[in-house]
Design a protein. Structure first.
Length: 184
């Protein structure tokens, strides 16, 4: 039965979230709150998390885009490129980050790797200490395969950031529901 792992998964998830630096999250949030527009990016499951975060930012009334979407405008000074990447070393993400910086945008990152190009290039990075698909199985223990703990941790972190930003901006759930898609 799939639920037999529930306690271990929840313990690992809480453990990873407990290790996140609150000051890093505060700086990350401030960067987003001060952004003219927010462009979200990632690949694979991290990319799905970036899209989910972008959706909630839009529900909050923030001007938010998904990198690669045909309706996404050009990034400019005053904008933030938010990237979620476990390894922080994907060449295509690094290329995008360098392009955004060249256009005058700042970069915010969620990653596991403080020794990555993404971490070094971002103005603000939040580290989630969790194994990635590239880590040897015996070095960072998790019952979940590959980068699952990072992916789940980043998803929950983004939801917690939304809650805090809602509080800071005095946004109510009803305000967000009003912006929710109604052509479904």
């Amino acid at each position: 039965m799939g639920l037999e792992y529930r306690q271990q998964v929840m313990n690992e998830l809480c453990g990873a979230i407990d290790l996140i630096d609150p000051a890093a999250v505060e700086s990350f949030e401030a960067q987003l709150l001060n952004a003219k527009r927010i462009f979200c990016h990632g690949t694979g499951r991290s990319g799905l998390n970036a899209r989910a975060f972008a959706m909630r930012l839009m529900h909050m009334g923030r001007e938010t885009y998904i990198v690669g979407d045909v309706l996404t405008p050009s990034i400019r000074e005053g904008d933030v490129l938010l990237v979620i990447s476990a390894s922080g070393n994907s060449k295509n993400l690094e290329t995008t980050v360098r392009k955004a910086i060249g256009e005058g945008a700042s970069v915010a990152a969620i990653t596991t790797n403080s020794d990555s190009a993404l971490y070094r290039l971002a103005q603000n990075s939040v580290l989630i200490k969790a194994p990635t698909k590239n880590d040897p199985v015996d070095e960072k223990a998790s019952v979940a395969p590959m980068g699952t703990l990072f992916e789940e941790g980043s998803y929950i972190l983004c939801d917690m950031i939304i809650l805090d930003m809602m509080r800071k901006l005095e946004i109510k759930t009803a305000d967000m529901v009003y912006r929710h898609a109604n052509l479904e």
